[in-house]
Design a protein around this ligand. Structure first.
Ligand code: ASP
Length: 604
Protein backbone atom coordinates (compact mmCIF):
# COMPACT_ATOMS: atom_id res chain seq x y z
CA UNK A 1 0.00 0.00 0.00
CA UNK A 2 1.45 3.37 -0.86
CA UNK A 3 2.32 5.53 2.09
CA UNK A 4 1.22 8.74 0.37
CA UNK A 5 -2.34 7.50 0.10
CA UNK A 6 -2.37 6.32 3.65
CA UNK A 7 -1.21 9.74 4.77
CA UNK A 8 -4.16 11.17 2.98
CA UNK A 9 -6.50 8.72 4.70
CA UNK A 10 -4.84 9.48 7.96
CA UNK A 11 -5.33 13.20 7.66
CA UNK A 12 -8.94 12.64 6.74
CA UNK A 13 -9.50 10.32 9.67
CA UNK A 14 -7.77 12.61 12.13
CA UNK A 15 -9.78 15.55 11.01
CA UNK A 16 -12.91 13.54 11.52
CA UNK A 17 -13.65 13.07 15.20
CA UNK A 18 -16.76 11.16 14.22
CA UNK A 19 -14.67 8.06 13.54
CA UNK A 20 -14.79 7.02 17.20
CA UNK A 21 -17.92 5.09 18.02
CA UNK A 22 -19.34 2.92 20.75
CA UNK A 23 -17.20 0.10 19.38
CA UNK A 24 -13.90 1.77 18.55
CA UNK A 25 -11.67 4.55 19.79
CA UNK A 26 -9.52 4.94 16.66
CA UNK A 27 -9.26 4.07 13.02
CA UNK A 28 -6.59 1.49 12.25
CA UNK A 29 -4.53 3.62 9.87
CA UNK A 30 -4.03 6.63 12.16
CA UNK A 31 -2.15 4.91 14.97
CA UNK A 32 1.50 5.88 15.31
CA UNK A 33 4.20 6.54 17.91
CA UNK A 34 2.15 9.37 19.41
CA UNK A 35 -0.30 6.74 20.68
CA UNK A 36 2.29 4.53 22.41
CA UNK A 37 1.06 3.45 25.80
CA UNK A 38 -2.62 4.10 25.03
CA UNK A 39 -5.23 1.39 25.20
CA UNK A 40 -7.23 1.51 21.99
CA UNK A 41 -10.16 -0.34 20.46
CA UNK A 42 -10.14 -0.82 16.72
CA UNK A 43 -12.53 -2.61 14.38
CA UNK A 44 -12.15 -3.94 10.89
CA UNK A 45 -11.35 -6.86 8.63
CA UNK A 46 -8.53 -9.34 9.03
CA UNK A 47 -5.91 -8.95 6.35
CA UNK A 48 -2.76 -11.00 6.47
CA UNK A 49 -2.09 -13.37 9.34
CA UNK A 50 1.41 -14.70 10.06
CA UNK A 51 2.51 -17.14 12.73
CA UNK A 52 4.99 -15.61 15.15
CA UNK A 53 6.71 -18.25 17.20
CA UNK A 54 4.71 -20.95 18.89
CA UNK A 55 2.20 -18.90 20.80
CA UNK A 56 1.63 -15.72 18.87
CA UNK A 57 0.40 -14.54 15.50
CA UNK A 58 0.55 -11.23 13.67
CA UNK A 59 -2.78 -10.11 12.38
CA UNK A 60 -3.08 -7.07 10.08
CA UNK A 61 -6.32 -5.34 10.90
CA UNK A 62 -7.72 -3.18 8.14
CA UNK A 63 -10.35 -0.49 7.85
CA UNK A 64 -10.65 2.18 5.19
CA UNK A 65 -7.97 4.33 6.80
CA UNK A 66 -5.25 1.68 6.59
CA UNK A 67 -3.83 -1.34 8.38
CA UNK A 68 -2.18 -1.90 11.72
CA UNK A 69 -0.29 -4.92 12.98
CA UNK A 70 -1.77 -6.66 16.03
CA UNK A 71 0.00 -9.35 18.02
CA UNK A 72 -2.59 -11.91 19.09
CA UNK A 73 -2.65 -15.27 20.81
CA UNK A 74 -2.08 -17.99 18.26
CA UNK A 75 -5.13 -19.87 19.47
CA UNK A 76 -7.51 -17.14 18.44
CA UNK A 77 -9.41 -18.36 15.40
CA UNK A 78 -9.44 -15.38 13.09
CA UNK A 79 -9.05 -15.81 9.35
CA UNK A 80 -8.92 -13.71 6.26
CA UNK A 81 -11.74 -11.11 6.17
CA UNK A 82 -13.21 -12.00 9.56
CA UNK A 83 -14.73 -8.90 11.09
CA UNK A 84 -13.16 -8.33 14.48
CA UNK A 85 -12.68 -5.86 17.25
CA UNK A 86 -9.38 -5.66 19.04
CA UNK A 87 -8.70 -3.87 22.28
CA UNK A 88 -5.04 -3.59 23.10
CA UNK A 89 -2.12 -1.36 23.91
CA UNK A 90 -0.13 0.57 21.32
CA UNK A 91 3.57 -0.17 21.64
CA UNK A 92 6.73 0.47 19.68
CA UNK A 93 7.77 -2.35 17.37
CA UNK A 94 10.95 -4.09 18.41
CA UNK A 95 14.06 -2.64 16.84
CA UNK A 96 14.73 -3.92 13.35
CA UNK A 97 11.06 -4.67 12.65
CA UNK A 98 9.94 -1.13 11.87
CA UNK A 99 8.26 -0.87 8.46
CA UNK A 100 9.04 2.60 7.16
CA UNK A 101 6.76 2.09 4.15
CA UNK A 102 3.64 1.87 6.31
CA UNK A 103 2.22 4.84 8.25
CA UNK A 104 1.58 2.56 11.23
CA UNK A 105 4.86 0.73 10.63
CA UNK A 106 6.61 1.96 13.78
CA UNK A 107 4.04 0.52 16.19
CA UNK A 108 1.95 -2.55 16.83
CA UNK A 109 -0.95 -3.43 19.11
CA UNK A 110 -0.10 -5.78 21.96
CA UNK A 111 -1.99 -7.37 24.84
CA UNK A 112 -4.85 -7.89 22.43
CA UNK A 113 -8.33 -8.93 23.42
CA UNK A 114 -9.94 -10.16 20.23
CA UNK A 115 -13.67 -10.20 19.68
CA UNK A 116 -14.97 -11.88 16.55
CA UNK A 117 -17.91 -9.81 15.31
CA UNK A 118 -18.46 -11.98 12.26
CA UNK A 119 -16.75 -14.83 10.51
CA UNK A 120 -16.23 -14.81 6.75
CA UNK A 121 -15.75 -17.23 3.91
CA UNK A 122 -12.40 -16.95 2.18
CA UNK A 123 -12.58 -13.99 -0.21
CA UNK A 124 -12.63 -14.75 -3.96
CA UNK A 125 -9.49 -12.65 -4.48
CA UNK A 126 -6.88 -11.03 -2.26
CA UNK A 127 -8.18 -7.78 -0.80
CA UNK A 128 -5.19 -5.77 -1.95
CA UNK A 129 -3.46 -4.56 -5.10
CA UNK A 130 -3.21 -8.09 -6.45
CA UNK A 131 -6.93 -7.89 -7.24
CA UNK A 132 -6.06 -5.35 -9.96
CA UNK A 133 -5.05 -8.32 -12.08
CA UNK A 134 -8.24 -10.27 -11.42
CA UNK A 135 -10.76 -10.43 -14.24
CA UNK A 136 -12.97 -7.35 -14.03
CA UNK A 137 -16.19 -9.32 -14.09
CA UNK A 138 -15.04 -11.14 -10.94
CA UNK A 139 -14.22 -7.85 -9.26
CA UNK A 140 -17.68 -6.58 -10.19
CA UNK A 141 -19.43 -9.78 -9.10
CA UNK A 142 -17.89 -9.32 -5.65
CA UNK A 143 -17.81 -5.55 -5.79
CA UNK A 144 -18.51 -5.21 -2.06
CA UNK A 145 -15.18 -6.96 -1.45
CA UNK A 146 -13.39 -5.09 -4.22
CA UNK A 147 -14.44 -1.82 -2.63
CA UNK A 148 -12.73 -2.81 0.62
CA UNK A 149 -9.45 -2.30 -1.19
CA UNK A 150 -7.41 0.83 -0.78
CA UNK A 151 -7.69 1.77 -4.46
CA UNK A 152 -11.49 1.72 -4.51
CA UNK A 153 -11.77 3.34 -1.09
CA UNK A 154 -9.60 6.18 -2.34
CA UNK A 155 -11.48 6.53 -5.62
CA UNK A 156 -14.92 6.71 -4.03
CA UNK A 157 -13.64 9.23 -1.55
CA UNK A 158 -12.15 11.31 -4.38
CA UNK A 159 -15.60 11.32 -5.92
CA UNK A 160 -17.26 12.38 -2.74
CA UNK A 161 -14.81 15.28 -2.38
CA UNK A 162 -15.50 16.38 -5.94
CA UNK A 163 -19.25 16.37 -5.36
CA UNK A 164 -18.94 18.29 -2.15
CA UNK A 165 -16.52 20.86 -3.60
CA UNK A 166 -18.81 21.41 -6.58
CA UNK A 167 -21.86 21.81 -4.37
CA UNK A 168 -20.29 24.38 -2.13
CA UNK A 169 -18.81 26.30 -5.05
CA UNK A 170 -22.14 26.39 -6.87
CA UNK A 171 -24.04 27.40 -3.75
CA UNK A 172 -21.61 30.20 -3.00
CA UNK A 173 -22.14 31.51 -6.52
CA UNK A 174 -25.88 31.72 -6.01
CA UNK A 175 -26.97 28.47 -7.69
CA UNK A 176 -29.97 26.62 -6.27
CA UNK A 177 -30.10 22.84 -6.31
CA UNK A 178 -33.39 21.65 -7.78
CA UNK A 179 -34.22 17.99 -8.30
CA UNK A 180 -35.93 17.07 -11.55
CA UNK A 181 -38.00 13.99 -12.47
CA UNK A 182 -36.62 10.65 -13.56
CA UNK A 183 -39.86 9.72 -15.32
CA UNK A 184 -40.53 12.00 -18.24
CA UNK A 185 -41.62 12.00 -21.85
CA UNK A 186 -39.24 11.13 -24.63
CA UNK A 187 -37.23 14.17 -25.78
CA UNK A 188 -35.20 15.11 -28.87
CA UNK A 189 -31.81 15.40 -27.20
CA UNK A 190 -30.11 12.95 -29.50
CA UNK A 191 -29.23 9.87 -27.44
CA UNK A 192 -31.16 6.61 -27.40
CA UNK A 193 -33.42 6.62 -24.35
CA UNK A 194 -34.34 4.05 -21.77
CA UNK A 195 -38.08 3.57 -21.81
CA UNK A 196 -40.29 2.64 -18.87
CA UNK A 197 -43.68 1.09 -19.66
CA UNK A 198 -46.66 2.63 -17.92
CA UNK A 199 -48.92 0.31 -15.94
CA UNK A 200 -51.79 2.77 -15.75
CA UNK A 201 -51.65 3.53 -19.44
CA UNK A 202 -50.63 0.32 -21.17
CA UNK A 203 -48.88 1.05 -24.45
CA UNK A 204 -47.55 4.36 -23.17
CA UNK A 205 -44.05 4.91 -21.90
CA UNK A 206 -41.99 7.20 -19.80
CA UNK A 207 -38.42 7.93 -20.83
CA UNK A 208 -35.61 8.18 -18.32
CA UNK A 209 -33.78 11.50 -18.61
CA UNK A 210 -30.78 11.64 -20.96
CA UNK A 211 -30.19 14.82 -19.01
CA UNK A 212 -32.34 17.36 -17.16
CA UNK A 213 -32.07 19.63 -20.20
CA UNK A 214 -35.75 20.46 -20.62
CA UNK A 215 -36.43 20.78 -16.93
CA UNK A 216 -33.60 23.18 -16.35
CA UNK A 217 -34.71 25.39 -19.21
CA UNK A 218 -38.20 25.41 -17.77
CA UNK A 219 -36.70 26.40 -14.41
CA UNK A 220 -35.29 29.46 -16.15
CA UNK A 221 -38.75 30.33 -17.49
CA UNK A 222 -39.83 29.82 -13.89
CA UNK A 223 -37.46 32.49 -12.62
CA UNK A 224 -35.05 30.27 -10.65
CA UNK A 225 -32.23 32.28 -12.29
CA UNK A 226 -29.38 29.92 -11.35
CA UNK A 227 -30.03 26.19 -11.16
CA UNK A 228 -27.71 23.29 -10.55
CA UNK A 229 -28.04 19.63 -9.81
CA UNK A 230 -25.66 16.73 -9.51
CA UNK A 231 -27.89 14.77 -11.79
CA UNK A 232 -28.13 11.18 -12.91
CA UNK A 233 -28.44 10.86 -16.68
CA UNK A 234 -29.32 7.71 -18.61
CA UNK A 235 -28.50 6.88 -22.19
CA UNK A 236 -28.91 3.54 -23.89
CA UNK A 237 -25.66 3.64 -25.83
CA UNK A 238 -22.75 1.25 -26.17
CA UNK A 239 -20.48 1.27 -23.15
CA UNK A 240 -16.82 2.24 -23.28
CA UNK A 241 -14.00 3.23 -20.96
CA UNK A 242 -15.59 6.65 -20.61
CA UNK A 243 -19.26 5.73 -20.96
CA UNK A 244 -21.84 3.95 -18.79
CA UNK A 245 -25.60 3.68 -19.25
CA UNK A 246 -26.06 5.91 -16.24
CA UNK A 247 -23.67 8.64 -15.25
CA UNK A 248 -23.58 11.72 -13.09
CA UNK A 249 -23.29 15.27 -14.33
CA UNK A 250 -22.95 18.62 -12.76
CA UNK A 251 -25.89 20.15 -14.57
CA UNK A 252 -26.36 23.93 -14.47
CA UNK A 253 -28.36 26.69 -16.09
CA UNK A 254 -28.28 30.49 -15.75
CA UNK A 255 -30.53 33.34 -16.87
CA UNK A 256 -29.59 36.69 -18.44
CA UNK A 257 -26.10 35.55 -19.33
CA UNK A 258 -23.55 35.49 -22.10
CA UNK A 259 -21.33 32.54 -22.88
CA UNK A 260 -18.56 34.04 -20.74
CA UNK A 261 -20.78 34.01 -17.65
CA UNK A 262 -21.42 30.30 -18.10
CA UNK A 263 -17.79 29.43 -18.75
CA UNK A 264 -16.63 31.40 -15.74
CA UNK A 265 -19.08 29.82 -13.34
CA UNK A 266 -18.58 26.27 -14.60
CA UNK A 267 -14.84 26.88 -14.64
CA UNK A 268 -14.96 27.80 -10.96
CA UNK A 269 -16.71 24.52 -10.13
CA UNK A 270 -14.16 22.51 -12.10
CA UNK A 271 -11.27 24.29 -10.43
CA UNK A 272 -12.82 23.79 -6.98
CA UNK A 273 -13.15 20.06 -7.69
CA UNK A 274 -9.56 19.83 -8.90
CA UNK A 275 -8.24 21.66 -5.85
CA UNK A 276 -10.27 19.44 -3.54
CA UNK A 277 -8.54 16.37 -4.94
CA UNK A 278 -5.06 17.47 -5.95
CA UNK A 279 -4.59 20.43 -3.63
CA UNK A 280 -3.58 22.54 -6.62
CA UNK A 281 -5.43 24.82 -8.99
CA UNK A 282 -4.99 23.65 -12.58
CA UNK A 283 -3.54 26.15 -15.07
CA UNK A 284 -6.08 28.56 -16.49
CA UNK A 285 -8.60 26.87 -18.77
CA UNK A 286 -7.65 27.74 -22.33
CA UNK A 287 -10.08 28.50 -25.12
CA UNK A 288 -10.06 27.45 -28.73
CA UNK A 289 -12.77 27.65 -31.36
CA UNK A 290 -14.08 24.46 -32.85
CA UNK A 291 -12.72 25.49 -36.24
CA UNK A 292 -9.22 26.06 -34.83
CA UNK A 293 -9.35 22.81 -32.90
CA UNK A 294 -10.17 20.96 -36.10
CA UNK A 295 -7.54 22.81 -38.16
CA UNK A 296 -4.77 22.35 -35.59
CA UNK A 297 -5.62 19.04 -33.91
CA UNK A 298 -8.11 17.40 -36.26
CA UNK A 299 -10.54 16.68 -33.46
CA UNK A 300 -13.14 18.52 -31.39
CA UNK A 301 -11.66 17.24 -28.14
CA UNK A 302 -8.03 18.17 -28.57
CA UNK A 303 -5.42 16.83 -26.19
CA UNK A 304 -3.14 19.79 -25.60
CA UNK A 305 -0.55 17.84 -23.66
CA UNK A 306 1.46 17.21 -26.79
CA UNK A 307 2.28 18.96 -30.06
CA UNK A 308 2.41 17.33 -33.50
CA UNK A 309 -0.12 19.88 -34.75
CA UNK A 310 -1.57 19.60 -38.23
CA UNK A 311 0.30 21.77 -40.76
CA UNK A 312 -1.57 23.41 -43.64
CA UNK A 313 -0.05 22.51 -47.02
CA UNK A 314 -2.81 23.03 -49.59
CA UNK A 315 -1.38 26.15 -51.22
CA UNK A 316 2.13 24.74 -51.15
CA UNK A 317 0.97 22.05 -53.58
CA UNK A 318 -1.37 24.30 -55.56
CA UNK A 319 0.52 23.75 -58.82
CA UNK A 320 1.75 20.22 -58.22
CA UNK A 321 1.86 17.58 -60.94
CA UNK A 322 1.55 14.81 -58.33
CA UNK A 323 -1.84 13.26 -59.07
CA UNK A 324 -2.84 12.41 -55.52
CA UNK A 325 -2.35 16.03 -54.48
CA UNK A 326 -3.39 17.93 -57.60
CA UNK A 327 -6.70 19.66 -57.08
CA UNK A 328 -7.20 18.22 -53.58
CA UNK A 329 -9.48 20.40 -51.48
CA UNK A 330 -7.27 20.19 -48.44
CA UNK A 331 -3.73 18.95 -47.90
CA UNK A 332 -2.26 18.80 -44.44
CA UNK A 333 0.50 16.96 -42.68
CA UNK A 334 1.88 16.08 -39.30
CA UNK A 335 5.51 15.82 -38.33
CA UNK A 336 6.44 12.87 -36.17
CA UNK A 337 9.59 14.38 -34.79
CA UNK A 338 12.42 11.99 -34.19
CA UNK A 339 13.53 13.65 -30.97
CA UNK A 340 10.17 13.20 -29.22
CA UNK A 341 8.89 10.04 -30.91
CA UNK A 342 12.03 8.18 -31.94
CA UNK A 343 10.29 4.85 -32.32
CA UNK A 344 7.35 6.10 -34.39
CA UNK A 345 9.59 8.29 -36.53
CA UNK A 346 11.79 5.28 -37.32
CA UNK A 347 8.80 3.12 -38.35
CA UNK A 348 9.70 0.40 -40.81
CA UNK A 349 7.70 -0.69 -43.84
CA UNK A 350 5.24 -2.81 -41.85
CA UNK A 351 4.36 -0.05 -39.45
CA UNK A 352 3.99 2.44 -42.27
CA UNK A 353 1.65 0.05 -44.05
CA UNK A 354 -0.35 -0.28 -40.83
CA UNK A 355 -0.59 3.51 -40.55
CA UNK A 356 -1.78 3.65 -44.15
CA UNK A 357 -4.42 1.02 -43.48
CA UNK A 358 -5.55 2.91 -40.42
CA UNK A 359 -5.82 6.14 -42.44
CA UNK A 360 -7.92 4.35 -45.05
CA UNK A 361 -10.13 2.84 -42.41
CA UNK A 362 -10.89 6.29 -41.05
CA UNK A 363 -11.81 7.43 -44.54
CA UNK A 364 -8.73 8.68 -46.39
CA UNK A 365 -8.01 7.55 -49.92
CA UNK A 366 -4.42 7.06 -48.87
CA UNK A 367 -1.58 8.25 -46.71
CA UNK A 368 1.64 9.75 -47.98
CA UNK A 369 4.68 9.17 -45.79
CA UNK A 370 8.10 10.68 -46.13
CA UNK A 371 11.23 10.14 -44.14
CA UNK A 372 13.47 13.13 -43.92
CA UNK A 373 17.14 12.44 -44.49
CA UNK A 374 20.28 14.51 -44.41
CA UNK A 375 20.14 17.94 -46.08
CA UNK A 376 16.37 17.81 -46.51
CA UNK A 377 16.38 14.78 -48.79
CA UNK A 378 13.23 12.69 -48.48
CA UNK A 379 12.73 8.98 -48.74
CA UNK A 380 9.22 8.22 -49.90
CA UNK A 381 7.44 6.19 -52.55
CA UNK A 382 6.09 9.47 -53.92
CA UNK A 383 9.34 11.48 -53.74
CA UNK A 384 9.86 11.15 -57.48
CA UNK A 385 6.57 12.92 -58.20
CA UNK A 386 7.55 16.06 -56.33
CA UNK A 387 9.71 18.83 -57.67
CA UNK A 388 12.79 19.89 -55.75
CA UNK A 389 11.19 23.15 -54.78
CA UNK A 390 8.02 21.41 -53.53
CA UNK A 391 10.12 19.07 -51.46
CA UNK A 392 12.21 21.90 -50.04
CA UNK A 393 9.17 24.01 -49.25
CA UNK A 394 7.52 21.05 -47.56
CA UNK A 395 10.49 20.30 -45.34
CA UNK A 396 10.78 23.99 -44.43
CA UNK A 397 7.05 24.49 -43.76
CA UNK A 398 6.97 21.47 -41.52
CA UNK A 399 10.21 22.46 -39.77
CA UNK A 400 11.39 18.92 -40.44
CA UNK A 401 14.88 17.72 -39.62
CA UNK A 402 16.80 14.56 -40.31
CA UNK A 403 15.10 11.48 -38.89
CA UNK A 404 11.58 12.94 -38.83
CA UNK A 405 8.64 11.15 -40.38
CA UNK A 406 6.07 13.25 -42.26
CA UNK A 407 2.53 11.99 -42.79
CA UNK A 408 0.36 13.76 -45.37
CA UNK A 409 -3.27 13.47 -46.36
CA UNK A 410 -5.01 15.11 -49.31
CA UNK A 411 -8.79 14.96 -49.30
CA UNK A 412 -11.94 16.88 -48.43
CA UNK A 413 -11.28 19.13 -45.45
CA UNK A 414 -13.28 16.98 -43.00
CA UNK A 415 -11.51 13.79 -44.00
CA UNK A 416 -8.04 15.31 -44.04
CA UNK A 417 -8.30 16.80 -40.58
CA UNK A 418 -10.05 13.81 -39.06
CA UNK A 419 -7.56 11.27 -40.37
CA UNK A 420 -4.53 13.28 -39.28
CA UNK A 421 -6.17 14.06 -35.93
CA UNK A 422 -6.61 10.35 -35.28
CA UNK A 423 -3.08 9.48 -36.36
CA UNK A 424 -1.76 12.25 -34.16
CA UNK A 425 -3.61 10.76 -31.19
CA UNK A 426 -2.58 7.22 -32.06
CA UNK A 427 1.08 8.17 -32.19
CA UNK A 428 1.43 10.79 -29.51
CA UNK A 429 -1.39 10.73 -27.00
CA UNK A 430 -0.41 9.78 -23.45
CA UNK A 431 -2.90 7.88 -21.27
CA UNK A 432 -5.73 10.22 -20.26
CA UNK A 433 -5.00 10.16 -16.55
CA UNK A 434 -1.33 10.97 -16.95
CA UNK A 435 -0.56 14.55 -15.97
CA UNK A 436 -0.35 17.40 -16.58
CA UNK A 437 -4.01 18.38 -16.60
CA UNK A 438 -4.86 20.45 -19.68
CA UNK A 439 -8.38 21.82 -19.66
CA UNK A 440 -9.67 23.61 -22.72
CA UNK A 441 -12.96 25.18 -23.74
CA UNK A 442 -13.87 24.42 -27.35
CA UNK A 443 -16.31 27.10 -28.52
CA UNK A 444 -18.43 27.88 -31.57
CA UNK A 445 -19.42 24.34 -32.47
CA UNK A 446 -21.42 24.07 -35.68
CA UNK A 447 -25.19 24.28 -35.18
CA UNK A 448 -25.74 21.36 -37.54
CA UNK A 449 -23.34 18.60 -38.51
CA UNK A 450 -23.72 16.60 -41.68
CA UNK A 451 -26.92 15.48 -43.24
CA UNK A 452 -29.10 12.57 -42.20
CA UNK A 453 -28.80 10.03 -45.03
CA UNK A 454 -32.46 9.03 -44.72
CA UNK A 455 -34.24 12.35 -44.30
CA UNK A 456 -31.70 14.47 -46.18
CA UNK A 457 -32.03 17.00 -43.35
CA UNK A 458 -29.17 18.46 -41.30
CA UNK A 459 -28.50 16.85 -37.95
CA UNK A 460 -28.15 18.88 -34.76
CA UNK A 461 -24.55 19.42 -33.69
CA UNK A 462 -25.48 19.05 -30.04
CA UNK A 463 -29.16 19.20 -29.15
CA UNK A 464 -31.76 21.31 -30.95
CA UNK A 465 -31.98 23.97 -28.21
CA UNK A 466 -28.62 25.62 -28.90
CA UNK A 467 -28.77 29.23 -29.99
CA UNK A 468 -27.28 29.97 -33.40
CA UNK A 469 -24.36 32.37 -33.37
CA UNK A 470 -25.88 35.84 -33.93
CA UNK A 471 -23.28 36.62 -36.63
CA UNK A 472 -24.40 33.62 -38.68
CA UNK A 473 -28.19 34.01 -38.59
CA UNK A 474 -28.20 35.27 -42.20
CA UNK A 475 -26.93 31.84 -43.32
CA UNK A 476 -29.63 29.95 -41.45
CA UNK A 477 -31.77 29.13 -44.46
CA UNK A 478 -29.27 29.45 -47.29
CA UNK A 479 -26.28 27.55 -45.86
CA UNK A 480 -27.29 25.93 -42.56
CA UNK A 481 -24.19 23.76 -42.28
CA UNK A 482 -22.09 26.94 -42.08
CA UNK A 483 -23.97 28.32 -39.09
CA UNK A 484 -22.07 28.25 -35.82
CA UNK A 485 -23.87 27.66 -32.55
CA UNK A 486 -23.22 29.39 -29.26
CA UNK A 487 -22.26 25.95 -28.05
CA UNK A 488 -19.14 24.89 -26.24
CA UNK A 489 -17.46 21.84 -24.77
CA UNK A 490 -15.03 21.40 -21.93
CA UNK A 491 -12.19 19.02 -22.72
CA UNK A 492 -9.61 17.56 -20.35
CA UNK A 493 -6.61 15.62 -21.70
CA UNK A 494 -8.54 14.64 -24.80
CA UNK A 495 -11.71 13.55 -23.02
CA UNK A 496 -14.91 15.53 -23.47
CA UNK A 497 -15.94 16.44 -19.93
CA UNK A 498 -19.12 18.21 -20.90
CA UNK A 499 -21.10 20.48 -23.16
CA UNK A 500 -23.34 23.46 -22.99
CA UNK A 501 -24.77 26.34 -24.92
CA UNK A 502 -26.67 29.55 -24.91
CA UNK A 503 -30.23 28.37 -25.56
CA UNK A 504 -32.91 29.47 -27.90
CA UNK A 505 -35.43 31.45 -25.88
CA UNK A 506 -37.45 32.76 -28.84
CA UNK A 507 -40.28 30.33 -29.76
CA UNK A 508 -40.14 31.41 -33.40
CA UNK A 509 -36.44 30.60 -33.73
CA UNK A 510 -36.95 27.28 -31.98
CA UNK A 511 -39.54 26.38 -34.61
CA UNK A 512 -37.16 27.31 -37.41
CA UNK A 513 -34.52 25.01 -35.95
CA UNK A 514 -37.01 22.18 -35.68
CA UNK A 515 -38.09 22.82 -39.26
CA UNK A 516 -34.47 22.65 -40.47
CA UNK A 517 -34.21 19.29 -38.73
CA UNK A 518 -37.26 18.12 -40.60
CA UNK A 519 -39.65 18.43 -37.67
CA UNK A 520 -42.80 20.22 -38.77
CA UNK A 521 -44.69 22.67 -36.55
CA UNK A 522 -47.41 20.07 -36.00
CA UNK A 523 -44.96 17.37 -35.05
CA UNK A 524 -43.07 19.73 -32.77
CA UNK A 525 -46.30 20.69 -31.03
CA UNK A 526 -47.37 17.09 -30.69
CA UNK A 527 -44.05 15.80 -29.39
CA UNK A 528 -42.59 18.75 -27.52
CA UNK A 529 -45.53 21.06 -27.02
CA UNK A 530 -45.06 20.75 -23.29
CA UNK A 531 -41.65 22.32 -23.79
CA UNK A 532 -42.51 24.90 -26.46
CA UNK A 533 -45.64 26.21 -24.80
CA UNK A 534 -43.91 27.66 -21.72
CA UNK A 535 -41.63 29.73 -23.91
CA UNK A 536 -44.64 31.80 -24.89
CA UNK A 537 -45.02 32.93 -21.30
CA UNK A 538 -41.87 34.98 -20.94
CA UNK A 539 -38.68 32.99 -21.31
CA UNK A 540 -35.53 34.86 -20.29
CA UNK A 541 -32.36 34.54 -22.36
CA UNK A 542 -30.45 31.72 -20.73
CA UNK A 543 -27.63 29.24 -21.12
CA UNK A 544 -25.96 26.43 -19.28
CA UNK A 545 -23.65 23.54 -19.17
CA UNK A 546 -23.20 20.02 -17.86
CA UNK A 547 -20.03 18.06 -17.21
CA UNK A 548 -19.49 14.45 -16.29
CA UNK A 549 -18.47 13.80 -12.72
CA UNK A 550 -17.38 10.24 -13.55
CA UNK A 551 -14.90 11.37 -16.17
CA UNK A 552 -13.48 14.15 -14.04
CA UNK A 553 -13.24 11.84 -11.02
CA UNK A 554 -11.48 9.14 -13.06
CA UNK A 555 -8.83 11.51 -14.37
CA UNK A 556 -8.28 13.18 -11.01
CA UNK A 557 -8.09 9.79 -9.30
CA UNK A 558 -5.51 8.66 -11.84
CA UNK A 559 -7.79 6.10 -13.46
CA UNK A 560 -8.18 5.39 -17.15
CA UNK A 561 -11.66 3.92 -16.89
CA UNK A 562 -14.70 5.50 -15.28
CA UNK A 563 -15.76 2.10 -13.90
CA UNK A 564 -12.97 2.48 -11.35
CA UNK A 565 -14.64 5.50 -9.80
CA UNK A 566 -18.19 4.13 -9.82
CA UNK A 567 -19.27 1.96 -6.91
CA UNK A 568 -21.49 -0.38 -8.91
CA UNK A 569 -20.89 0.04 -12.63
CA UNK A 570 -22.03 -2.16 -15.49
CA UNK A 571 -19.51 -4.16 -17.48
CA UNK A 572 -18.50 -3.03 -20.93
CA UNK A 573 -21.21 -5.29 -22.31
CA UNK A 574 -23.83 -3.54 -20.21
CA UNK A 575 -24.64 -6.01 -17.48
CA UNK A 576 -24.05 -6.31 -13.76
CA UNK A 577 -22.29 -9.55 -12.77
CA UNK A 578 -23.32 -9.07 -9.13
CA UNK A 579 -27.09 -8.80 -9.55
CA UNK A 580 -27.18 -10.34 -13.03
CA UNK A 581 -29.23 -7.38 -14.22
CA UNK A 582 -30.73 -7.11 -16.73
CA UNK A 583 -32.88 -10.15 -15.96
CA UNK A 584 -36.10 -11.54 -17.43
CA UNK A 585 -39.26 -10.73 -15.47
CA UNK A 586 -42.33 -12.79 -14.58
CA UNK A 587 -44.94 -12.97 -17.29
CA UNK A 588 -47.45 -11.60 -14.78
CA UNK A 589 -45.38 -8.43 -14.56
CA UNK A 590 -45.43 -8.12 -18.33
CA UNK A 591 -49.15 -8.74 -18.46
CA UNK A 592 -49.76 -6.01 -15.92
CA UNK A 593 -47.89 -3.63 -18.20
CA UNK A 594 -49.77 -4.79 -21.26
CA UNK A 595 -46.59 -6.18 -22.82
CA UNK A 596 -45.89 -9.39 -24.69
CA UNK A 597 -42.39 -10.38 -25.80
CA UNK A 598 -41.40 -11.07 -29.37
CA UNK A 599 -39.13 -14.05 -29.92
CA UNK A 600 -35.50 -12.95 -29.48
CA UNK A 601 -33.99 -11.62 -32.73
CA UNK A 602 -31.88 -14.18 -34.58
CA UNK A 603 -28.29 -13.56 -33.58
CA UNK A 604 -26.19 -12.34 -36.45
N1 ASP B 1 -27.93 18.64 -21.51
C1 ASP B 1 -26.65 18.73 -22.16
C2 ASP B 1 -25.92 17.40 -22.05
O1 ASP B 1 -26.22 16.61 -21.18
C3 ASP B 1 -25.75 19.74 -21.54
C4 ASP B 1 -26.24 21.12 -21.74
O2 ASP B 1 -26.44 21.53 -22.88
O3 ASP B 1 -26.37 21.80 -20.72
O4 ASP B 1 -25.00 17.13 -22.81
Amino acid sequence: ESSADNCWAKKAAEANTMTSTAMRTHMCGVLDVSHIGQTVSICGWVGRRREHGEHLAFVDLRDHSGVVQCVVDNNVDVRSEYVIRITGVVRARPEGTVNAGLPTGAIEIGECVVEVLNSAEPPPFPVDARADDVDESVRLKFRYIDIRRERMQRNLRVRSKINSAIRSEMESNGFVEVETPMLMPSTPEGAREFLVPSRKEPGSFFALPQSPQLWKQLLMVAGIDRYYQIARCLRDEDLRADRQYEFMQLDAEMSFVSQDDVLENIGRAVVAAAIAVTGEAPPEIERITWRDAMERFGIDKPDLRFGMELVELTSLFAATEFKAFAGAACIKGIRVDAATYPEAAASGRNKLDALTDRAKKIGAKGLVWMKVGADGAVDSPVAKFLTDSEREALVATMSAVEGDLLLLVADEWETTVEVLGQLRNDIGRPPVHQGPYRYVWVTEFPLFVGVDPVSGKPRPGHHPFCHPHPDDLHLFDSDPLKVRAQAYDLVLNGWELGSGSIRIHEPELQRRVFNQLGISDEEADRRFGFFLQPFKYGAPPHGGFAFGIDRLAAILAGEENIREVIAFPKTQSGSDPMTNAPTPVESAQLAELGLRLLPPPASS
